[in-house]
Write a protein that binds this ligand. Sequence first.
Ligand SMILES: [Zn+2]
Ligand SMILES: [Zn+2]
Length: 111
Amino acid sequence: MPDPTPTDSARLACPACGNRPAHARPANRRRRYELWWECAACPWVGVRSADGGPLRTMRRLRDGWADCMFCGEEEANVVGEPFERDGERLDWLVCLACGRGNTRRLGPAQG
Ligand SMILES: [Zn+2]
Ligand SMILES: [Zn+2]
């Protein structure tokens, strides 16, 4: 089994287009336990925890939720994969500009 190395991040390629390495956004004090990646060649955005773990793809929003409700930055919000908890379908919404975020109710759980 290959050892994960501290330079693992330097080899990260964009999983969406594979062309150019994604680069880390400047550290945000509110989210210093996460590493954020943004592709220079396509709209892909991803995050993983600073101590390792899987890279999670985030989706940019273009609808009424795109603008940050905290800082007002336009089209700054991204969401993760929907998940279900306590009978509700939720996703995780984060502002790339200010780093604030919360879970968002999408409706009742399916199935
Ligand atoms: Zn890309
Ligand atoms: Zn914001």
